[in-house]
Design a protein around this ligand. Sequence first.
Ligand code: AG3
Length: 281
Amino acid sequence: REENAFIEWYPLGYGVGFKVKRRLFETQTDYQRLEIYETEGFGKLLVLDGTVQLVEVGEASYHEPLVHPVMLAHPNPRRVLVIGGGDGGTLREVLRHNTVEKAVMVEIDEGVVEASYLYLDVAKDLLDRLIKKEEPRAELIIGDGVKYLRGSEEKFDVIIVDSTDPVGPAKLLFSEEFYRDAYERLNERGLYITQAGSVYLFTNELLDAYRNMKKVFDRVYYFSFPVIGYASPWSFLVGVKGDIDFTKVDLERAKGLDLQYYDPERHETLFQMPRYVRKLL
Ligand code: AG3
């Protein structure tokens, strides 16, 4: 046991850890145990139920590949739905696209939004405006994403699921029923993306989610990306509705974004997968 460290333990005793200076905050929200640490080298660390959600230094290595490939593959993403993502990092990246007229973020746990606003430098100003309902292009709804998709008629061009892992409470977000509801909420042409766990350590969860998505979407793509703070490579699944080619992105729109991790000019390199996983998919 390392004293001044936070370690997330994955299956088989695989650990991902950070040296920490101290714990800044700890609470039990209505849904999960939330902790925030000050790390030695990566800024603040947000942990939910013992799993790393982000470190400030490097969080874009997750938020960029989650958001920009689908936003740049869609010809004109005007309405975007984010499910989860209470820290605000995903919505922050979405709003960098000036095609976006309206974005809705449905986060189940108000505690995550509050703690992120108070302690993290990820999307402080955005969360402040959302809480005060002063953000003209975006709305925050505290609620259950599953119920939201069921109960609403609103249509979206892009749906982004920024959830915890496909085990425990978020499991429903990886089910065939949920994918059907999401497909319904997409416009005639639309893209759906979800994070889908560690390629090496959650291979079965990734396969299950992929198979469920295949039953629902017109086409399904998988890609992986190395994320700082997670057991990388990390997997992402994309569901396509209608006539959109996810293998191509708009490089003109990409120019203004000044990305650090996801490289639109090398979009094709996203689709790299360890061979044994590709054979299973
Ligand atoms: N969303 C959670 C990704 C899952 C991390 N899983 C893990 N460490 N076992 C990240 C929230 C950032 N917006």
